[in-house]
Design a protein around this ligand. Structure first.
Ligand code: BEZ
Length: 256
């Protein structure tokens, strides 16, 4: 598979994909920040959850790989410390009590580096509280997309590796191998309603899967994304609404 990076449209993300941070609010409950804690929000996107955490903790830093997202976060929440940085490749000067990450770690295909960096960035006894896409996440959409690309001869694009979706067993053992103690792990299906009732899947593909279209002409992009939407309709369209077939894992682990 070829590995590619994704670039973000911060406005489209906020207009049509606000569910990403709405769902993250319950993860903050699991984090249960304390008023004396220093917390890192890893993959903070446009900063909404970082802002929520800032009202509960002593310090919060938001880190995201996308300069567009960080620019938006800084603009929206000027009192918070946001920085551009990559989960697979970040260093901190002062250790954190906790690392929070919502809907971000599946973008880090160098997951071992991300785990090692999280470990290094925590004080002993510190915790990670993370949620991201688990095994078979958005499988219906990605299978259909790969099939439509392949059918038109876009074999290289059909083999794109953009995401890391482990089972909880797999992820927990990687964390343990890195020195963490896993204290909570859950996997669950979370079918997620998409905003647009007409073009829900097409919008989702354009927002999150555009890297599959590197080297694909515009006419084919339009045709493929519509074809994928039609193909997945029996599974992902119910009562006039589109749903993405999200499967999540949620893990809390401590640095021993
Ligand atoms: C997710 O939140 O599971 C996800 C979002 C975009 C692309 C892939 C997965």
């Amino acid at each position: 598979m070829i590995q590619v990076a994704h670039s973000w449209n911060a406005k489209l993300y906020n207009d049509k994909h606000a569910f990403v941070y709405d769902y993250g609010k319950s993860l903050i409950e699991l984090l249960a920040p304390k008023s004396n804690e220093r917390i890192l929000d890893l993959g903070c996107g446009s900063g909404e959850l970082t802002f929520d955490i800032s009202g509960l903790a002593k310090t919060v830093v938001g880190l995201d790989k996308s300069p567009e997202m960080i620019a938006k976060a800084k603009y929206n929440f000027p009192s918070i410390n946001f920085e551009v940085g990559d989960a697979a490749n970040f260093k901190v000067e002062e250790k954190f009590d906790a690392i929070f990450s919502n809907a971000a770690l599946h973008w880090v295909v160098q997951y071992k580096a991300a785990i090692a960096n999280m470990y290094r960035a925590l004080r002993t006894g510190g915790r990670i509280v993370v949620e991201f896409g688990g095994k078979n996440n958005i499988q219906t959409i990605s299978d259909a997309l790969r099939e439509s690309l392949s059918k038109r001869g876009y074999e290289k694009q059909a083999k794109t590796t953009l995401w890391y979706f482990p089972s909880i067993g797999e992820y927990a053992s990687k964390l343990e191998a890195a020195g963490f103690e896993v204290v909570f792990a859950q996997s669950y299906d979370r079918p997620t309603e998409l905003v647009d009732s007409h073009t829900g899947i097409v919008d989702w593909i354009m927002m999150f899967g555009s890297s599959f279209f590197d080297g694909v002409n515009n006419e084919d992009i339009a045709e493929i994304s519509k074809e994928v939407q039609d193909k997945v309709k029996p599974e992902l369209y119910r009562d006039g609404k589109w749903y993405a077939d999200y499967k999540r894992i949620r893990v809390v682990a401590r640095k021993k």
